[in-house]
Write a protein that binds this ligand. Structure first.
Ligand code: PHE
Length: 346
């Protein structure tokens, strides 16, 4: 009998073989599927087939092997489902399981909201490098040579300058570097915000992290006044928190702005949460701000006699914390789904 004839005989045998219980299924497996079964035995004969026919015969044998295998799977499924098992035959016409969507990260939500509010006020979004030179991060922003922020304890330095060996490249400590790049590259007026990640040499705790996110803003034009700064940030606070929000401007100092003010919003002290967040004062800081120092404008080739501007910077983690009641900064970067799932559908 040729191999093809033998294969046909096995087809008939497979079709005739009753499989109604586990023993019969096992016999089926041994006879047709197993390595010592009838189908595998036929493959042994392939080497004796004339070379020219070998390919075609081989294909026939493979078809037989697949046939036996498919039938085995169907019998197996039938027996298991009769058993109450899970492997019922698959119904390919059923709809697929709905795909589980993740949720948007709270920092992404807060950042998107901040951007949306400022875009409606006519601000555009600018971007810049996270690894920055000392000049863009400090010098151009009027930080004196010996300012404490330039110490290793506060800033991550990346590499030594190739020529003079000074430590020149660093992880930016704020997104103000983008303000400088923008002022160098374009002519005023500017109205832009700079969202991005920033780094400081801090021990990680519930209240501090070595990286976090900021959105800084810059508005430079003729006759920009402190009142514009105040109105802009008041409008922002109303849109972000609530229309009856109360804000206050507290005098402060930054090397790159003069005068400078910190913006606080009123939370009150009536709950444990607001008492804790405001350290018992009722107020919490949401941003630093001020009028751009004339030296900074001059460093970027802008005439401080002709132009004035304001700048501000806020922490996205803090804004998200106030909006969503996040207690511990570390939660933002731990990727714990029990935390992240709470933002589904927001
Ligand atoms: N760059 C400041 C910081 O990181 C924030 C700030 C920006 C303050 C612009 C004033 C003006 O703390």
């Amino acid at each position: 009998m040729s191999l093809i004839e033998q294969a046909r005989a096995i087809y008939q045998e497979i079709e005739a073989m009753p499989v109604g219980n586990k023993e019969q299924l096992e016999q089926f497996r041994i006879r047709f599927i197993g390595r010592k079964g009838a189908v595998e035995a036929l493959f042994e004969g392939l080497k004796d087939v004339a070379k020219d026919d070998r390919r075609a015969v081989g294909q026939e044998l493979n078809t037989l092997k697949n046939f036996a295998h498919d039938r085995f799977v169907v019998f197996q499924g039938q027996l298991e489902s009769a058993d109450g098992g899970v492997a019922a035959p698959v119904d390919l016409t059923l709809p697929v399981f709905p795909h589980q969507l993740g949720s948007i990260h709270p920092l992404t939500l807060a950042r998107a909201k901040i951007i949306e509010i400022f875009e409606r006020m006519g601000f555009s979004v600018a971007d810049g490098p996270e690894i920055e030179s000392d000049w863009y991060n400090f010098t151009a922003l009027n930080f004196p040579e010996n300012h404490p922020a330039r110490e290793m304890q506060d800033t991550f330095f990346v590499e030594k300058h190739p020529e003079d060996g000074t430590q020149d490249m660093l992880l930016r400590t704020h997104t103000s570097n983008v303000q400088i790049r923008l002022m160098q590259q374009q002519k005023p007026p500017f109205r832009a915000i700079m969202p991005g990640r920033v780094y400081r040499n801090e021990a990680i705790s519930a209240r501090a992290h070595c990286f976090f996110h900021q959105v800084e803003g810059l508005y430079v034009d003729k006759n920009v006044s402190f009142k514009d700064l105040k109105d802009t940030l008041y409008h922002f606070s109303k849109e972000m928190f609530s229309q009856d929000v109360k804000i206050r401007l507290r005098p402060s100092f930054f090397p790159f702005t003069e005068p400078s003010a910190e913006i606080d919003i009123w939370l009150g002290t009536d709950t444990e949460e607001t008492y804790r967040l405001s350290k018992g004062t009722g107020w919490v800081e949401i941003a630093g701000s001020g009028m751009v120092d004339p030296n900074v404008l001059a460093n970027c080739g802008i005439d401080p006699e002709e132009y004035t501007g304001f700048a501000f910077g806020m922490g996205v983690e803090r804004i998200a914390q106030l909006r969503y009641g996040v207690r511990d900064l570390r939660l933002y970067s731990e990727n714990d789904v029990r935390f992240l799932r709470q933002f589904e559908g927001i």
